[in-house]
Design a protein around this ligand. Structure first.
Ligand code: AMP
Ligand code: MG
Length: 485
């Protein structure tokens, strides 16, 4: 499903940032980031054994079948055996491939900085994601809305296979030439199962077992995203990982003032991928995957009920995963029937008051349920809500709920510490990325590196970095991000 290709040489590459901790996890020695690694991670050379490949996939974009897409600007360098298991290294922006269509195969520095930083920020937040090993910049000019310069991100993941890879071969099967395409589709399922879901190898039907596993991982991923206010921006089926990883960081964003209908992608004019729609869109994409796998389930051709049953487990799995995340964010360790309502009511109040998503939850970690909601010690979180009465009413219920934790002997400090491990202080807000981008475009990469360091510990207060945890400045509202830059 891939084509061997070389990409295009990138003139005068230089490091913007390297990810030392990830290189260490890969088992690479100190000093790995010399000229040889720079040449390889710029796409200008290969190490022995590497045979760069671009793969073909198709997909549904914004709900519409888009036909063949593929790695238009991604090159798989190869798979490494590492202490963290086999890992693929892929370059994004290394030049034209057979799947570039009419585009240039490049990525601009701006979007590459965003991908580098957010991949690692998400990993540190505990969200399944592809990783970023390196960021290389070049003066080579590329045309977007204005002229910009290009960059290459070195990405690492156990696999970059997407729902769209399956759709590609299934669509071929539907269009004729069934035997060839079905055999490839089956080979793809076998490859993914054997390499990435080995416990499913002996399933009666591997395709159905794979679907079940991906439904589960996608439900978990969506709950993760929602719980930290992450908006992906382009949840097309070609941007959905078969491993349930966050993949393809483009016009993503983190919620500032909480608006469930927030759309982070300027090109998404209908709000298809608004924050509140993401779980539904995950489900929609799973349906597309299920459809693609149907040719491998001959028993279901007349009666697809088994597939529908597996798909529909999402309707329990997602809410269950979501409840667990909200409960943890509220500091609850036991389960009670109306916990979900408590979380929903808080979110509604936050939305009505346009309370900042990240800051509100972070401040809630310090909430003292043993005191009155109006106590000065509770002022930091209470002040997030212009509707004070609304907050007080909710906070009284919350205080009672904290008290009702079965056998709750947890001290306030213990609960605060626990909640601070799921309610981050630092997320990659657009204005933080934008500041790093503007400096980098002027040749100063230090802010990219500083943000990378900071976001590796998003749950710990870091002295001197209070401003990075603060409300976005007014100018942040004018930042626009859109597809494919
Ligand atoms: P995206 O919206 O970034 O997920 O991209 C959708 C499709 O367009 C993928 O197949 C990409 O590989 C391709 N693509 C996006 N930008 C470029 C580019 N500059 N050059 C070649 N292909 C691109
Ligand atoms: Mg993509």
């Amino acid at each position: 499903m891939g084509t061997i290709c070389q990409g295009d040489p990138l003139p005068s590459p230089k490091w913007v940032a390297v990810n030392g901790p990830l290189a260490h996890e890969l088992g690479w020695p100190e000093g790995w980031d010399g000229p040889s690694a720079l040449a390889v991670l710029a796409g200008n050379a290969v190490w022995p054994g590497m045979e760069p490949v671009a793969t073909v996939y198709s997909g549904h974009q914004f709900g519409v079948w888009a036909g063949q897409l593929g790695d238009g600007r991604a090159l798989l360098l190869g798979e490494l055996i590492t202490p963290m298991g086999p890992q693929e290294i892929q370059l994004k922006g290394a030049g034209a491939t057979p799947y570039s269509r009419r585009a240039d195969g490049r990525a601009v520095l701006r979007s590459s900085i965003r991908e580098f930083l957010c991949s690692e920020a998400m990993h540190a937040l505990g969200v399944p994601t592809t990783r970023a090993l390196s960021l290389v910049a070049s003066p080579q000019a590329v045309r977007r809305e204005t002229m910009e310069t290009s960059a290459v991100v070195g990405r690492v993941a156990p696999s970059f296979i997407r729902f769209g890879h399956f759709e590609h071969f299934a669509h071929g099967a539907a269009a004729g030439d069934e035997l060839r395409y079905e055999a490839t589709l089956q080979a793809l399922v076998d490859f993914v199962v054997v390499h990435h879901y080995p416990h499913l190898q002996d399933a009666d039907n591997r395709a159905l077992a794979l679907l079940d596993a991906v439904v589960s991982r996608t439900a978990e991923l969506m709950a993760h995203w929602q719980s930290i206010g992450f908006c992906h921006g382009v949840m097309n089926t070609d941007n959905m990982s078969i491993l349930g990883l966050t993949i393809d960081y483009g016009p993503f964003g983190f919620l500032n003032e909480f608006d469930p209908q927030h759309v982070c992608n300027h090109s998404d004019t209908h709000g298809r991928y608004a924050w509140q729609n993401q779980p539904q869109m995950g489900y929609w994409n799973l349906r597309a995957l299920a459809q693609a796998l149907l040719p491998l389930m001959p028993d279901t051709k007349d009666d697809p009920q088994a597939v529908i049953d597996v798909l529909q487990t999402y309707e329990q799995r997602f809410p269950q995963a979501m409840r667990a995340r909200w409960s943890a964010k509220l500091g609850l360790q036991t389960e009670q029937a109306d916990d979900a309502q408590l979380a929903v009511d808080l979110l509604q109040l936050m939305a009505a008051c346009r309370a900042d998503f990240t800051i509100t939850f972070r401040r809630l970690c310090q909430y003292r349920g043993d005191l009155s909601p109006a106590d000065t010690l509770n002022a930091p979180v209470r002040d997030m809500f212009i509707d004070r009465d609304g907050f007080d009413a909710w906070a009284l219920r919350y205080g009672a709920r904290l008290e009702a934790e079965a056998g709750d002997t947890a001290s306030q400090a213990e609960r605060t510490a626990r909640m601070q491990q799921v309610n981050p202080a630092y997320v990659l807000r657009n204005h933080l990325a934008e500041t790093a981008i503007r400096r980098a475009q002027a040749g100063d990469f230090s802010e990219v590196q500083r943000l990378h360091q900071l976001l590796m510990q998003p749950y710990d207060e870091q002295p001197g970095f209070e401003a990075y945890a603060d409300f976005p400045p007014d100018w942040a509202q004018s930042i626009e991000v859109s597809c494919s830059s």
